[in-house]
Ligand binder design. Structure first.
Ligand SMILES: Cc1cc2nc3c(=O)[nH]c(=O)nc-3n(C[C@H](O)[C@H](O)[C@H](O)COP(=O)(O)OP(=O)(O)OC[C@H]3O[C@@H](n4cnc5c(N)ncnc54)[C@H](O)[C@@H]3O)c2cc1C
Ligand SMILES: NC(=O)c1ccc[n+]([C@@H]2O[C@H](COP(=O)([O-])OP(=O)(O)OC[C@H]3O[C@@H](n4cnc5c(N)ncnc54)[C@H](OP(=O)(O)O)[C@@H]3O)[C@@H](O)[C@H]2O)c1
Length: 459
């Protein structure tokens, strides 16, 4: 924890809940503002950085470089980090409001969406959330098991998370050995028998949500072919209109890539990634575990840019032993706070938490909890700047009482047996992970259990 002096004239104290990109960008905006402000950031895990640590794929290390920025923010003298402290478990909103002038909720969206079809919970049917959390060493998922002795996997959804899942399933394990992927995932992937991965879009190739670079990467995996059903690449008139729009260059690039895949020789690779379009799962079937996925063919209906998948009577079955649904993340309601179930976000207007249209005094939200599970790391910066701009505008009207800030929070936590993790504690965990990794030629070997992380603090 930084040495902060709370004895001089009353500064504003702001609590931020969650240490992912949106939480850190909110801290940055506060600390760069004209306010005399102290930031207390709480995080449920002993480790900071949210999905930058537990979501971004291990073979994309450059995308984790935003951590360098967060690290700098964390060293600011008016910033305090308290890891292993969970809102709802160790502290309440009331505790945070009793000790801080304002609270910014930046808890992300860690739940998954469901397909709501029969058989969805059969053995062998998983969420991308679980798989990603498992290979990235998130303590909540480290004990999940994936039967990689299966030969055929189906990934539902065509966004960048699906691309990550497919890449990790398809890549030769030797190309992952020097990444920060967890040891348990490496061991399991080394035994993988997967040879065919179907990646399903409910809409067409022009509507796939992959960014162009991520899609192209799926076509250049060692010993792996990418294939497309050419017939499914035929566009309807509305999709052609979509592709003509100047702002839709990503879709144009994706279509070129798909057409390239359609021409690839698929007889050479050890593994095959099969892109399929206009297909929606309607049931998972199997005795005890998934053995097949039943799909309905869709046709697209509606105007350009609002086309929706409408199922037809035509069906198809793929025999498979693993299914990963990668159809988006969703936020979960926070106790006592208004939640907009239709958009899956904390009810808010430009970052002010609202009940109906009434702002709730001193309560703010940012990141995936504010706008839904979309956007890349950088998107959260502008989002947090907007929230903090509104907090800044309101703060003079908030209570002028002196607040104890982090010290008040520490007094509340003293009464429980929570083992708090300060930023310098995290740096110990970080150094130990890096040291473990160096021995194996990896950037780090993550601790994947909370007690292992906390054990580092007693050394
Ligand atoms: C699998 C995956 C891969 C991705 N890869 C990339 C990529 O390569 N490049 C890119 O630009 N973007 C990527 N993204 C998107 C990017 O990660 C998000 O835009 C970003 O992480 C959202 O930030 P956030 O702060 O809102 O949420 P998060 O990053 O999820 O952070 C939320 C934090 O809040 C904490 N928290 C939750 N509840 C509580 C609580 N009750 N009390 C205390 N703390 C709590 C969580 O533990 C977490 O640390 C990826 C997303 C996913 C899902
Ligand atoms: N490398 C990177 O930069 C990177 C890596 C990972 C994630 N991210 C970002 O993180 C965010 C989240 O990614 P994401 O992949 O989880 O979400 P996403 O981009 O929203 O993709 C979700 C996919 O699921 C499909 N889908 C949704 N509901 C469905 C249903 N009921 N049945 C079948 N398909 C369904 C969507 O199809 P429709 O289009 O038809 O809705 C879409 O293809 C994105 O902004 C992404 O760019 C970035």
């Amino acid at each position: 924890m930084s040495n902060q002096d709370n004895s001089h004239d009353p500064p504003y104290h702001v609590a931020i809940v969650g240490s992912g990109p949106s939480g850190f960008y909110a801290a940055e905006a506060l600390l760069r503002s004209d306010l005399d402000v102290r930031v207390s950031m709480i995080e449920r895990l002993p480790t900071p950085y949210g999905l930058v640590r537990s979501g971004v794929a291990p073979d994309h290390p450059k995308l984790k470089q935003s951590i360098l920025v967060y690290d700098k923010i964390a060293r600011h003298e008016n910033f305090n980090f308290l890891g292993n402290v969970e809102l709802g478990r160790d502290v309440s909103i009331a505790d945070l409001q009793a000790t801080h002038h304002a609270v910014v909720l930046a808890c992300g969206a860690h739940a998954d969406r469901r397909m709501d079809i029969p058989g969805e919970d059969l053995e062998g049917s998983h969420t991308a959330t679980e798989f990603v959390g498992w290979y990235n060493g998130h303590p909540d998922y480290r004990d999940k098991k994936f039967d990689l002795s299966q030969e055929v996997a189906v990934v539902v959804g065509q966004g960048n998370v699906a691309a990550d899942v497919v890449r990790i399933l398809a890549k030769p394990v030797d190309e992952l050995r020097h990444t920060d992927i967890t040891e348990h995932a490496l061991e399991a992937l080394a035994q993988s028998k997967i040879r065919e991965i179907h990646i399903l879009g409910r809409r067409g190739p022009a509507q796939a949500k992959f960014t162009a670079k991520e899609l192209r990467e799926l076509g250049s995996i060692t010993n792996t072919n990418a294939s497309v059903n050419a017939q499914e690449c035929v566009l309807n008139d509305q999709s052609k209109i979509e592709l003509e729009a100047k702002t839709n260059t990503n879709a144009v690039k994706n279509l070129e890539t798909f057409r390239g895949f359609a021409e690839q020789d698929t007889s050479v690779g050890r593994r095959e990634i099969k892109f399929r379009f206009c297909l929606s799962p309607i049931a998972l079937k199997g005795q005890e575990r998934v053995q097949e996925i039943l799909l309905a063919r869709n046709r697209l209906e509606g105007p350009a840019f609002s086309q929706v998948a409408q199922s037809t009577d035509e069906t198809e079955t793929i025999s498979c032993g693993l299914v990963f649904r990668s159809i988006g993340y969703r936020s979960v309601p926070l106790p006592g706070l208004p939640f907009d179930f239709s958009s899956g976000v904390l009810s808010n207007i430009e970052g002010r938490v609202v009940d109906g249209d009434q702002p709730l005094r001193g309560l703010y939200v940012t990141g995936w909890l504010k706008r839904g599970a979309n956007g890349i790391i950088g998107t959260n910066r502008a989002d947090s700047i907007e929230t903090i701009k509104n907090l800044r505008a309101d703060i003079c009207d908030l209570t002028i009482e002196t607040m104890p800030g982090i010290h008040g929070l520490l007094s509340i936590l003293k009464e429980s047996d929570v083992k708090k993790v300060t930023f310098s504690d995290w740096q110990k965990i970080d150094s130990a992970e890096i040291e473990r990794g160096t021995a194996k030629g990896k950037p780090r070997e993550k601790f994947t259990r909370i007690d292992e992380m906390l054990d580092q603090l007693d050394r």
